[in-house]
Design a protein around this ligand. Structure first.
Ligand code: NAP
Ligand code: ZN
Ligand code: ZN
Length: 350
């Protein structure tokens, strides 16, 4: 067992505060990781505040993790001490259901084990995430980090990156396709970078006029202020795919109107309260589709990391010490982050 320093929320109302616990002894296939960096996802905030009504307290959030392997169990074959690795939102699944067999562990029919706020399949213990100095994970759920990328900028790829990469791939983003990304936050800015690298024509929708220049620098061909009706109307019936990352309830009709025949609006944003149902005729008249997408499986996450290595893609980050996490949450709620907070875990080792 190793004493681990962390930050946890003890109930939905209180701020995150220092917390100590023991990581488990290494099992045969386990990898012990010294956590270097952990991204701050809006899902961390949703769960720390129990907005999805399923949080087991105390909760140690964090599922955008990059670290160094320090020890491995006797049957580990993929990793050795010194390797730079990543861990995302998943640390286990049943590995036998149809989804797991297809490498879609995030849709495990018996329920995947989340990196935090999950339950270990062996002991039933609640899992604790990457707002902590160390981590123990089965090698099957550990990713290899391309050595040419800045490790702090890689951390957000493990959730924000794969959550946008997967729907872009599923719905065929690429040359000749017009792809919209809604919201320029952690997920949205990765969506813009990835869709651009895939060769699509990228349009970013934002509620923040101050982000126009950044969106273009990140790879958007066009930027639309989503509250401006004339700007929205100019894109009617023209999109193959729109990926919506917004973290709050809103009207989906204005975006569905922008899809061409057979176009798809994919929801990845997971707000506390559901969006109102869109108008049915808006869907049936052009055979438009409304879809959802959850992170990505392990194989696709590795594919995404390798894609980012090849294209030199990382997240734009603002590094913070662990002690600033509560301020970071407040700023994230105001859409005031460019474009992902990343925690430097050295701040907990001092
Ligand atoms: P984030 O950094 O806070 O970005 C969300 C963005 O949405 C904001 O930057 C803002 O962009 C826009 N926005 C926020 N409030 C809005 C409002 N009231 N109306 C319109 N736009 C608004 O959050 P994130 O970390 O990217 O996460 C986004 C959402 O995805 C969260 O709900 C998170 O839980 C969810 N998520 C889902 C998955 C999945 O697997 N499906 C994985 C990870 C995260 P502008 O300023 O540009 O308008
Ligand atoms: Zn996340
Ligand atoms: Zn399964």
């Amino acid at each position: 067992m190793t004493t681990t320093h962390a930050y946890a929320a003890t109930d939905a109302q209180s701020k995150l505060a220092p917390f100590e616990f023991q990581r488990r002894e290494l099992r045969e296939h386990d990898v012990h990781i010294e956590v270097l960096f952990c991204g701050v996802c809006h899902s961390d905030l949703h769960q720390a505040r129990n907005e999805w009504k399923n949080t087991m307290f105390p909760v140690v959030p964090g599922h955008e993790i990059v670290g160094r392997v320090t020890k491995v169990g006797p049957k580990v074959s993929k990793y050795k001490a010194g390797d730079l690795v990543g861990v995302g939102c998943l640390v286990d699944s049943c590995r036998t259901c149809a989804s797991c067999q297809e490498g879609l562990e995030q849709y495990c029919e018996n329920g995947f084990v989340g990196t935090y706020n999950g339950q270990d399949r062996v002991t039933g213990a609640v899992t604790y995430g990457g707002y902590s100095t160390q981590l123990v994970v089965d090698e099957a759920f550990v990713l290899r980090v391309p050595e040419n990328l800045d490790p702090a900028g890689v951390a957000p790829l493990l959730c924000a990156g794969i959550t946008t990469y997967s729907p872009l791939r599923t719905w065929g983003a690429g040359p000749g396709k017009k792809v919209g990304i809604v919201g320029l936050g952690g997920l949205g800015h990765m969506g813009v970078k990835l869709a651009h690298a895939m060769g699509a024509h990228v349009v970013l929708f934002t509620t923040s006029p101050s982000k126009i220049d950044d969106a273009k620098r990140l790879g958007a061909d066009e930027v639309v202020i989503s509250k401006n009706q004339a700007e929205m109307d100019a894109h009617a019936n023209s999109f193959d795919l729109i990926v919506n990352t917004v973290a709050a309830q809103h009207d989906l009709n204005p975006f569905i109107n922008l899809l061409k025949r057979d176009g798809t609006l994919t929801l990845v944003g997971a707000p506390e309260h559901d969006h109102p149902s869109p108008q049915v005729f808006n869907l049936i008249m052009k055979r438009r589709r409304l879809a959802g997408s959850l992170i990505g499986g392990i194989a696709e996450t590795q594919e995404m990391l390798d894609f980012c290595g090849k294209h030199g893609i990382t997240s734009d980050i603002e590094m913070i010490p662990m002690q600033k996490i509560n301020e970071a949450y407040e700023r994230m709620l105001k859409s005031d982050v460019k474009y992902r907070f990343v925690i430097d875990l050295d701040s907990l080792r001092k």
